[in-house]
Write a protein that binds this ligand. Structure first.
Ligand SMILES: [Zn+2]
Length: 129
């Protein structure tokens, strides 16, 4: 029987499969062989999980960016509507106010003119009319 020294635990062992031991660069006893195998598959599972996690993080980041963009778009749309409405309201308010002031001014002019007529007996020369 051929005996090998395990490269990991340094114990001598008789391999159950000669082929398996000869295919290994560093021979391992059964125990260490399966322990190593489990470790490797755990590592690869970890790596897969890491990759999956990164993909998910990327997706979340993209979604957050999209959401941010959408918020900005909605915000600017709402702002535009509000500004349009404010503009309309302000314009009609200014028009109304101007009209009102103009009316007051006109009646004041007529008042003054009437007083002048009463006191002086003549009308003030009218402006552009
Ligand atoms: Zn071993």
């Amino acid at each position: 029987m051929v005996s090998y020294t395990c490269s990991v635990c340094k114990k001598d062992f008789v391999p159950s499969s000669l082929k398996l031991v000869e295919s290994q660069k560093y021979p391992k006893c059964n125990e260490c062989y399966y322990a190593k195998k489990a470790e490797v598959s755990l590592q690869s599972a970890n790596r897969k999980a890491q990759t999956e996690l990164m993909r998910l993080e990327n997706r979340i980041e993209k979604l957050e960016k999209k959401n941010e963009m959408l918020e900005t778009i909605i915000e600017s749309m709402v702002n535009e509507k509000v500004n349009m409405h404010l503009g309309d309201t302000l314009l009609s308010f200014v028009k109304q106010e101007t009209q009102l002031q103009l009316g007051k001014l006109q009646s004041q002019i007529i008042d003054v003119n009437n007083k002048v007529v009463k006191i002086m007996g003549f009308e003030l020369p009218k402006g552009e009319e």
